[in-house]
Write a protein that binds this ligand. Sequence first.
Ligand SMILES: *[C@@H]1O[C@H](CO)[C@@H](O)[C@H](O)[C@H]1NC(C)=O
Ligand SMILES: *[C@@H]1O[C@H](CO)[C@@H](O)[C@H](O)[C@H]1NC(C)=O
Ligand SMILES: *[C@@H]1O[C@H](CO)[C@@H](O)[C@H](O)[C@H]1NC(C)=O
Ligand SMILES: *[C@@H]1O[C@H](CO)[C@@H](O)[C@H](O)[C@H]1NC(C)=O
Ligand SMILES: *[C@@H]1O[C@H](CO)[C@@H](O)[C@H](O)[C@H]1NC(C)=O
Length: 187
Amino acid sequence: MFRLFVYCTILCLGASVYASGVVSRSAPAVGEEFGLYAYGESVGGLSLFYADGKAMIGDPANSTASTTSSVYFERSSESSDSTFVANPNGTTNANASWSDEMLYIPSSSSSSHEMGFTSTNMTNETTTGFIFYGQWLMVKSESGDISSSFYVEESSQGDGIYSLLWDVSDDTSAIPVSLRSVKPSTA
Ligand SMILES: *[C@@H]1O[C@H](CO)[C@@H](O)[C@H](O)[C@H]1NC(C)=O
Ligand SMILES: *[C@@H]1O[C@H](CO)[C@@H](O)[C@H](O)[C@H]1NC(C)=O
Ligand SMILES: *[C@@H]1O[C@H](CO)[C@@H](O)[C@H](O)[C@H]1NC(C)=O
Ligand SMILES: *[C@@H]1O[C@H](CO)[C@@H](O)[C@H](O)[C@H]1NC(C)=O
Ligand SMILES: *[C@@H]1O[C@H](CO)[C@@H](O)[C@H](O)[C@H]1NC(C)=O
């Protein structure tokens, strides 16, 4: 019930964003660099970052992973066939040892719920289907269903660091979040 409500709220907001046509509330343009930020209960716009190939939420400076980068994304088109290609945010990460990795959600064939980054397309990792409603990130499945089943869960890998999970409604310790391309205004 709660998730349905959130889902509708997000879609309705997205629709009104489109209807009003306010430029500052629109989705990132094709080729534009953008970051992703998680919003939910007790998570007020923490950034999505790279930690040893996994997508984590929080301040990368607090992460205990061996390779940590803040990231920016670019998309090649507005269609749901487009991948979100990530790169280390160069201004903060001179030593990053990776580049051009695609954001993925675990496929239904995967036993994992963790989102991450990959340079190769694998059947257990879905790299397409990411679309924006205004600045809200959604995922469109092959059958055309649109959902936003993003969750975070506290991680032991640093102070204020969360794992970013997909579709874990049965896990009571996970917090539902929305992912948006806009930074918190207070940050
Ligand atoms: C990249 O880093 C700069 C400097 O820290 C910051 O202003 C910018 O918002 C970052 N970009 C993304 C997409 O996180
Ligand atoms: C980058 O690498 C140099 C040399 O290995 C090291 O001294 C420096 O601390 C590293 N910087 C970061 C941000 O990891
Ligand atoms: C997909 O499979 C590869 C190879 O078996 C594995 O390394 C990776 O962790 C899997 N990814 C997910 C999301 O299950
Ligand atoms: C992965 O698949 C997507 C969608 O088909 C495609 O756009 C992208 O180029 C592929 N990437 C690689 C590295 O094969
Ligand atoms: C990062 O760690 C410091 C020190 O432990 C903590 O005060 C701060 O709140 C953490 N940052 C975030 C975004 O959680």
